[in-house]
Design a protein around this ligand. Structure first.
Ligand code: SF4
Length: 292
């Protein structure tokens, strides 16, 4: 049986950087809180908790003082920085550089749209921390759309600037952009003047999509490893499924089922940008043990 781990999988650099910072801080032996899950992967969170990182939510942040708090790669809205200042909290800011640039772009566009009476639209999931951080840059005014049916929330008599959550699918973004332009035209606005589309999907995610299509076709079975809350995990595993119907999604080694792999000659193992490499190796080892 040929078992291969996708060499293009493992953490993206934004997540890798935040994990490195957390480990370096823990090595100093001081108390470290982290606001929200550092990475959407339950097993990696458990590993970090075992190192001593304490994960807190926004409500808990409001009740601690004089502490050290790590901010994850997804970024935060300005209100989080205000709370930290008021509570004398030292922030260790691991916001990914790509998200930081995106937040800055949204601030500039918001000012422009505010003057012109236009709207900022973010294609993403309302509850995703990165989207909460982005909407926060617009004083909560940005309209979040996650699917075609949300497009009714936009006023097509006014200009629109469209952004994307970094981990969305390029194909879905393009469809949303096309439909917004179409509806602007239908109300008599020229999309060339009234619309700016900013495809802000992270290249680290986007370039995995074509690679995964090729990878998924090369094996009899694909094991896709991802945390249950990972947005890009959902999107990338769907790509694998569309190319190889024998794709199984697991979030831990315990979820592997021997019956999926019986009589199979080749297995490809891959995962989300939030899946640690050690988990992919753990899955490969488990399969080898099953068929020893
Ligand atoms: S997916 Fe891209 S934007 Fe998001 S943390 Fe990773 S590198 Fe940064």
């Amino acid at each position: 049986m040929n078992i291969e781990i996708d060499i293009n999988s493992g953490f993206c650099f934004g997540v890798a950087n935040s994990i490195r910072i957390a480990e370096e801080e823990m090595a100093k032996g001081e108390k470290l809180y982290c606001l929200g899950e550092l990475v959407h992967n339950e097993a990696e969170i458990k590993r970090l908790e075992a190192l001593g990182v304490e994960f807190i939510d926004l409500d808990q942040l409001q009740h601690i003082k004089n502490a050290k708090v790590l901010l994850r790669a997804h970024g935060e809205p300005p209100s989080t920085y205000r709370i930290a200042k008021e509570n004398q909290i030292e922030l260790i800011d691991a916001t990914c550089i790509i998200v930081e640039k995106l937040q800055h772009k949204i601030v500039c566009s918001y000012e422009e749209m505010h003057e012109k009476g236009g709207q900022i639209v973010v294609f993403g999931n309302k509850d995703h921390p990165e989207v909460i951080g982005l909407v926060g840059q617009t004083h909560g005014k940005a309209i979040v759309v996650s699917a075609m049916q949300d497009l009714d929330e936009i006023d097509y008599s006014k200009p629109v600037q469209l952004f994307s959550q970094t981990t969305k699918s390029e194909k879905d973004y393009n469809a949303i952009e096309k439909e917004i332009k179409h509806r602007l035209s239908a109300t008599g606005l020229d999309p060339e003047l009234a619309f700016k589309g900013k495809n802000t999907i992270c290249r680290q995610v986007a370039k995995r999509a074509p690679h995964l299509k090729m990878f998924a076709k090369r094996y009899d079975v694909i094991i896709f490893v991802t945390g249950k809350k990972s947005s890009n995990g959902k999107m990338l595993s769907e790509i694998c499924k569309s190319e190889n119907k024998n794709t199984y999604v697991v979030s831990s080694v315990e979820e592997l089922q021997k019956k999926w792999l019986e009589g199979i000659m080749s297995i490809g193992i891959t995962g989300a940008t939030s899946t640690p490499w050690w988990m992919l190796e753990q899955i490969a080892d488990e399969i080898r043990k099953m068929f020893d």
